[in-house]
Design a protein around this ligand. Structure first.
Ligand SMILES: Nc1ncnc2c1ncn2[C@@H]1O[C@H](COP(=O)(O)OP(=O)(O)OP(=O)(O)O)[C@@H](O)[C@H]1O
Length: 305
């Protein structure tokens, strides 16, 4: 579990805080998405969690250990992939990297070997284990970086843009693997991403940051539901739409877009269409995706969550 209390970081006296009184709670075994536009303060927050930057105020506890006061116990709680493949040795093979990082974390050789085999197999790298990482593709290097960070099986995993630059197949492998770690091993995962479809698919809960502050922190499902009143409906009719309806015609089918605050209004529109003699082919509710929600949140006037 990750507990963050009123965390604040100011990079310079003349600058607005990069992270401004951010508080978050991430329960054990959950996948938590940390979203926000460039410069919102996500990486700064994650680096404070990892003890790489000292906060100006506030505190962080990882697995119950205070990062400032119980540093070594807190550090033993997590593995992090913050700058991807830059954290692994390119002149070593995938296997040698994992052995090195496993030994560094204090594991016995046999323990590291067992865990390395599992990780490399899960991430689809077992066949290439003896090849130098420098000759790997970017996606493969990212996977080795993830495996190296997690070799000791830490209860908390911090991932900055885990699927950035990965192809479809590698993205799927990493996504499945993230969910598996959380569901099967109870690992707590905090990740940042700009890929909102990845966040929507993976995360139990998401927080959205803007200009150093949290503008939302909710279960993903609730965040989507909260914006449901902005749902649109699409009514498809045969032929042309009667006058006065907001419609787009393509290939002989006309789609009428309706925005309502109460679903009952949709049926009133349907009745009006029928009264005009329109033949209705389908009626669909257009659900907002995380991307729509994200854009709405960032366009709302500034306020604390
Ligand atoms: N080392 C630093 N020195 C000074 N300012 C910094 C430093 N690192 C980040 N900042 C500033 O802090 C703010 C937050 O940056 P941060 O990297 O945390 O954002 P981010 O949400 O991770 O962005 P991105 O999505 O682009 O990675 C920005 O205004 C950035 O310019």
């Amino acid at each position: 579990m990750i507990e963050i209390e009123a965390l604040t970081k100011v990079y310079g006296p003349a600058r607005a805080p990069a992270v401004d009184e951010v508080s978050l709670y991430v329960p054990r075994g959950s996948v938590f998405g940390f979203l926000g536009p460039n410069g919102a303060g996500k990486t700064t927050t994650i680096k404070m969690l990892a003890g790489l930057i000292t906060p100006d105020s506030g505190r962080v506890r990882l697995g119950g250990y205070d990062v400032a006061r119980q540093r070594s116990a807190a550090m033993a709680q997590f593995g992090a992939v913050l700058e991807g493949s830059r954290n692994v040795y390119w002149s070593l093979s995938a296997w040698q990297n994992l052995m090195y990082f496993g030994r560094l974390k204090g594991l016995r050789k046999a323990q590291v070997a067992e865990r390395a085999e599992d990780l490399l197999t899960d991430l689809g790298l077992w066949e290439r284990r003896d090849d130098k990482v420098g000759g790997f593709s970017r996606g493969m290097q990212q996977k080795v970086a993830i495996a190296a960070a997690l070799i000791a099986g830490p209860p908390i995993v911090l991932l900055d843009e885990p699927t950035l630059g990965l192809d479809v197949e590698a993205t799927r492998t990493v996504k499945n693997w993230i969910v598996e770690q959380a569901r099967e091993l109870g690992t707590t995962i905090l990740l940042t991403t700009h890929q909102l479809d990845v966040a929507q698919e993976l995360c139990d809960r998401v927080a959205v940051m803007r200009q150093g502050r949290l503008v939302a922190d909710l279960p993903t499902r609730e965040l989507l539901a909260r914006f449901r009143e902005r749902d649109r409906y699409e009514i498809r009719v045969e032929g042309a739409a009667p006058p006065g309806f907001d419609a787009v015609a393509r290939d002989g089918v006309t789609t009428i877009s309706v925005r309502v605050s109460d679903p009952i209004e949709v049926y009133e529109v349907v009745e009006r269409l029928r009264a005009h003699g329109a033949v209705i082919e389908s009626l669909t509710q257009v659900q907002p995706g995380l991307e729509d929600v994200f854009v709405s949140l960032l366009n709302e006037p500034s306020h604390a969550a």
